[in-house]
Design a protein around this ligand. Structure first.
Ligand SMILES: Nc1ncnc2c1ncn2[C@@H]1O[C@H](COP(=O)(O)OP(=O)(O)OP(=O)(O)O)[C@@H](O)[C@H]1O
Length: 301
């Protein structure tokens, strides 16, 4: 998982890195245990470091595999970004990893009920609702969310009930009934897609003083506005390695193109010299990077 924490850095004035990387090691699932799989990654006690054979890798945070518990991911990595959103800072959290590595579980992208509220997205929303409730007497708040899926370089609005109704209504022969049935929105359409959940927060202080003239200069009419993107990327494995063919291979090619473009944009933005010189940032190479750019993520602005 990568989180762009320039927001926290700016508000705390302490941390210089604008990109932080946290690794989340999920436990083996039943099917893996039945196949006799065993853990191959060990966490160095007390360090954000993992070992695979003789290789060591150090990150900003490591969760799971008896190191720091998974439950602290939100608190340590994402809660500061949620706080910063209220101070007007943009941020992006990217969940990146192989298919089945736990991205959807960690992000909570497949949230279906209160029973499954340990994921990042439900926790972010819960925190935002608590904060807005506490501020409601002093601040006008406009909260908007969007949830977009990119599948084979096509963009779908996951919060559009009509899209889901028509997808469900289409039978095997593709015949649509005259009236589309109402169906609950299912958050995740396909396993091999990127999903971007974006929260836009706008705040304006309410002038509660009866002497409006006296206070207007102090408060101004300023609207603080910021965005937080929570991105569940598609599985990162290379199509070559999966042995996929046909449709699956095509999906894999699109996914790899999106992830490659994302990597290239991050590298270009991380190159300070290039950025200062106004060098080319290849946003246009994929829908994923274009959407994140258009949405003014701190990662891409
Ligand atoms: N921290 C965890 N604890 C227990 N089970 C987990 C954990 N993380 C993931 N799992 C389980 O592992 C399996 C794969 O997880 P998940 O679907 O989130 O992977 P993914 O990386 O999103 O895969 P894909 O790329 O196909 O979307 C699921 O059965 C999920 O319930």
């Amino acid at each position: 998982m990568e989180s762009c924490e320039d927001a926290r850095a700016a508000s705390a004035g302490q941390q210089k890195e604008c990109v932080k990387v946290a690794v989340n090691i999920r436990p083996l699932i039943t099917s893996e245990l039945l196949m006799g799989c065993a853990d191959c990654v060990t966490v160095v006690p007390g360090e954000p470091q993992v070992q695979i054979g003789s290789h060591s890798f150090t990150y900003d945070h490591v969760y799971g595999s008896s190191g720091t518990p998974h439950s602290l991911i939100f608190q340590e990595c994402v809660a500061p970004l949620t706080d910063a959103l209220f101070n007007g800072y943009n941020a992006t959290v990217l969940a990146y990893g192989q298919t089945g590595s736990g991205k959807t579980y960690t992000m909570g992208t497949n949230y279906a009920s209160e029973a499954n509220c340990g994921g990042i997205i439900p926790q972010v929303m819960e925190t935002i609702f608590k904060k807005t409730e506490a501020m409601k007497d002093t601040t006008e708040i406009l909260l908007r969310v969007s949830f977009i899926e990119i599948f084979k370089e096509e963009v779908f609005d996951l919060l559009d009930p009509h899209l889901h109704a028509s997808l469900r209504a289409e039978g095997p022969a593709g015949a649509k009934p005259a009236v589309a049935p109402r169906v609950p929105i299912q958050i995740r359409e396909t396993a091999r897609s990127h999903a971007i959940f974006t929260i836009c927060l706008e705040q304006k202080k309410i002038n509660t003083c009866s002497s409006k003239v006296a206070i207007s200069d102090e408060l101004g009419d300023d609207i603080i506005s910021a965005k937080l993107h929570l991105v569940d990327l598609a599985g990162s494995e290379r199509a070559k390695r999966t042995g996929a063919d046909g449709l699956r291979l095509k999906e894999g090619i699109h996914i790899n193109r999106g992830l490659l473009a994302l990597g290239n944009v991050i590298s270009a933005l991380g190159d300070e010299k290039k950025r200062k010189e106004g060098g080319h940032i290849p946003y246009r190479d994929s829908k994923l990077t274009r959407l994140l750019q258009a949405r003014e993520s701190s990662l891409f602005s």
